[in-house]
Design a protein around this ligand. Structure first.
Ligand SMILES: CCCCCCC[C@H](O)CC(=O)SCCNC(=O)CCNC(=O)[C@H](O)C(C)(C)COP(=O)([O-])OP(=O)([O-])OC[C@H]1O[C@@H](n2cnc3c(N)ncnc32)[C@H](O)[C@@H]1OP(=O)([O-])[O-]
Length: 294
């Protein structure tokens, strides 16, 4: 990630990334970094400049997830994850598309052998190994790999025109980056089967009802609200946020019994941190805690 040195301060209320096709930033301050990626744009946003923002940026292909895009996304996530100033990361697209899936043109002539030899999809690991919270801000299409990318995030906020789906079945394949595994965990077997076997799209409000999406906002408010959420998370101890994320994720990996055991160990572990002591001291002393990430 580019260092914050060299960033250019933008005027309040300008569009994010200074592009007419991107989401309106409302009255939040934004800073722009010198462009260094071809398929994504990154920025550091929020009042305290502690939110890493990644915008998928292949608008002509509806942000189809080509390999270079995924490599850049993986690098940006890794860099934000390693940056102590960043509390949470947002992944977004544009008003028409979060991402319309894997790049069909790129994989059209793949074979089983090239997939195995080239490790097709292995770039997903970089984004899914992130210790910090990642929030998807979804406007427009989140289809196939796009829906899977949103589900790989920790929280999904959607604009009211968002459309989710796993349409791989329409092109003679199946979801390959979590659609058959994460979707049932979000929405249950019957709905996941319906979505995967029909290839039908679901709208933002349906997705919210099913539990795929946490909240739905007017299109122009989505990014602003997502940044507020990231900033709220950023008021807590980064160390404890990371431990909480690990504990919740464990629920998807294990039985209830061993998940509860894992949770208890992490809970006990918080008592080995200075931030746990500070949080409880601050509560008793009726003041705001000053977390040190220790
Ligand atoms: C390495 C990481 C990989 C991760 C993936 C994991 C595996 C995953 O489970 C598999 C998939 O996602 S399988 C995929 C599952 N996803 C799907 O099956 C969805 C496929 N897309 C659609 O069904 C339609 O585009 C929409 C209904 C989204 C919009 O319809 P509309 O409003 O009439 O717009 P339009 O005119 O249609 O599109 C505008 C331009 O964008 C282009 N483009 C769009 N999507 C593309 C893609 N995925 N690819 C390439 N290009 C794509 C389109 O060709 C056109 O460009 P052109 O140069 O002008 O020809």
């Amino acid at each position: 990630m580019a260092s914050v040195a060299g960033i250019t301060r933008l005027i309040l209320g300008r569009n994010v990334f200074n592009s007419s096709r991107t989401l309106n930033a409302g009255s939040i301050k934004f800073y722009s970094t010198a462009p260094q990626y071809e398929n994504i744009k990154i920025d550091v946003v929020g009042e305290k400049k502690n939110v890493g923002l990644i915008q998928l940026n292949r608008p002509k292909a509806l942000n189809a997830l080509c390999k270079p895009l995924f490599q850049e996304l993986g690098k940006a996530v890794k860099d934000f994850d390693a940056d102590d100033k960043i509390a949470a990361i947002i992944i977004t697209g544009n008003e028409k598309a979060f991402a319309a899936g894997a790049d069909i043109k790129e994989m059209q002539n793949n074979t089983y052998s090239t997939n195995v030899r080239g490790g097709f999809l292995q770039e997903w690991e970089d984004a899914s190994n992130c210790g910090k919270p990642i929030i998807a801000a979804v406007n427009g299409f989140a289809l196939g790999g796009g829906c899977e990318l949103a589900m790989l995030c920790d929280i999904i906020y959607a604009g009211e025109k968002a459309k989710f789906g796993q349409p791989e079945i329409n092109i003679g394949t199946i979801p390959g980056a979590g659609g058959t595994q994460r979707l049932p965990r979000y929405v249950g077997k019957s709905k996941a089967m319906e979505i995967v076997l029909t290839g039908n799209f679901i709208d933002a409000h349906e997705a919210e009802k099913m539990g795929l999406v946490s909240k739905v906002f007017p299109v122009e408010k989505l990014l602003e609200e997502t940044i507020k959420l990231a900033e709220r998370i950023g008021t807590h101890s980064p160390l404890i946020v990371k431990m909480a994320k690990q504990a919740v994720n464990q629920a998807y990996e294990t039985t209830l019994k061993s998940g509860l055991h894992f949770e208890k160990q992490v809970f006990y572990g918080t008592f080995a941190t200075a931030d746990r002591q500070e949080g409880m001291n601050a509560f008793i002393e009726k003041r705001t805690p000053n977390f040190k990430n220790e």
